[in-house]
Design a protein around this ligand. Structure first.
Ligand SMILES: *Cc1c(COP(=O)(O)O)cnc(C)c1O
Length: 407
């Protein structure tokens, strides 16, 4: 194997950290609060203002953000939330943390986003929340979800972990113009990072106050309370958590946000290059860049689908690219097929055919701001070599593969 491949593996996503980022973090370490200090609110202001939302609450992870959003939306035992099976585990786990039941609805196979028609079929009197995911960074059909939510009196929480910087009908995702809350993650593979971290944006003051309360054990302090009962007095009014994020992390986040637009531009350029280089491969489906006046893509993932006869060969392509240090990824194993979910909900292969065939044919190529054109060249030449190997072979009819990861 090529030396370069071993010493420089190319991940599907990774952080870009600059000297300024390092300086901001060390500055906090030397001169400021490490946690519960001013960087937390400063980071919140930056996020809220970037997204065009009234409020932002930053927390220790995207998962914590999802959990708190579900909690303040009123999910409790006996309630249901409709969401996508084509997501990371955290999306539906957050519903379970509240004691509520995740109800999956199938996706639109073109975009990977939750289908409004399928959501409509899953509504019951117990439904309280719609939790769509902007898959890969392409905004989902928020207008349709809003009209469903209005009729059924539901709270919309956007899982926007892939979509920081994307736009929908002229507003940034996270503006909550068409939803109640939006959730972001600052894990290193996401658009900006704090190591671990997350945020919720909202325009709803009531949600905002509850989010702040639950982030910190449900503890309430106020000048009125202090005056009446003593400066040390706090009241616990709800069962909260320690989902705080540190000032060290927020300093990194603030510094990263200054570069977000440049990061997005770089992701767009990489996506354009992949699209141009791969468009002659008729056996590939490139997820549409449906960027237009209505929405722009944030390109968290560059997702391909391998059409027949490649789908059965995906395992081989995956293994061979990984051997060369090209760490393509698969997004996602449908959540309803996880052993835990099958036991809990009785779900099984065949329940969500679009999500399942999406999974069996998907391949995510490396995309992140630090991906150089030499690196992208390596990815493209290895991938096209593999695709060419299968070209011209007799096609095996595409049969719907049964996906079973339960073993
Ligand atoms: C990353 C991600 C999460 C979870 O975020 P963490 O910060 O890792 O907890 C949730 N949903 C989606 C769609 C994600 O991509």
């Amino acid at each position: 194997m090529d030396k370069d491949a071993i010493s420089n593996p190319i991940p599907y996503g990774r952080q870009s950290i600059s000297e300024e980022d390092v300086w901001e973090v060390t500055n906090v370490l030397q001169f400021s609060w490490l946690t519960q200090g001013p960087k937390v609110q400063e980071f919140e202001k930056v996020i809220a203002s970037y997204c065009g939302a009234k409020y932002a609450v930053v927390v220790s992870s995207g998962t914590a953000a999802l959990h708190l959003a579900c909690a303040v939306a009123g999910l409790t035992s006996g309630k249901e939330a409709v969401t996508s099976p084509l997501s990371f585990l955290a999306t539906s786990n957050a519903i379970l943390y509240c004691g509520a039941k995740p109800i999956f609805a199938d996706i639109n196979p073109e975009s990977g986003n939750l289908s409004p028609e399928e959501v409509q079929k899953k509504l019951t009197v117990r439904t309280r929340v719609l939790l769509p995911v902007h898959f890969a960074g392409l905004p989902c059909d928020l207008l349709r979800f809003r009209s469903i939510a209005r009729k059924a009196k539901l709270v919309i929480i956007e899982d926007a972990c892939h979509a920081l910087g994307a736009e929908y009908r002229g507003s940034k995702v996270g503006s909550c113009r068409y939803s109640d809350m939006s959730v972001f993650s600052f894990h290193p593979v996401k658009h900006v990072t704090t190591g671990e971290g997350g945020a919720i944006t909202t325009n709803n003051r009531n949600f905002y106050r509850k989010l702040l309360l639950l982030r910190n054990h449900g503890m309430l302090r106020s000048p009125a309370l202090s005056k009446r009962l003593g400066g040390w007095v706090y009241q616990m009014t709800a069962l909260g958590f320690n989902y705080r994020i540190t000032d060290i992390q927020c300093a990194l986040g603030i510094s990263q946000m200054r570069k977000l637009d440049a990061f997005l531009e770089k992701r767009k350029e990489i996506a354009r290059k992949y699209t141009d280089a791969l468009s002659e491969y008729k056996d590939l489906l490139i997820l549409p860049d449906t960027s237009d006046a209505d929405r722009t893509h944030a390109w968290h993932l560059f997702a391909l689908r391998l059409k027949e006869p490649f789908a059965p060969k995906r395992r081989l392509i995956y293994d061979r690219l990984h051997q060369e240090g090209i760490r393509v990824q698969i997004h996602y194993i449908p959540i309803h097929l996880q052993p835990f979910y099958r036991r809990l909900l009785g779900t099984r292969p065949g329940n969500f055919p679009f999500a399942e065939s999406f999974y069996t044919s998907e391949l995510s190529l490396p995309i992140f701001p630090g991906l150089t054109s030499a690196m992208q060249g390596r990815v493209l030449s290895a991938l096209t070599r593999e695709l060419n190997l299968f070209r011209g072979r007799r096609r095996t009819p595409f049969t719907h593969e049964t996906v079973d990861i339960a073993g």
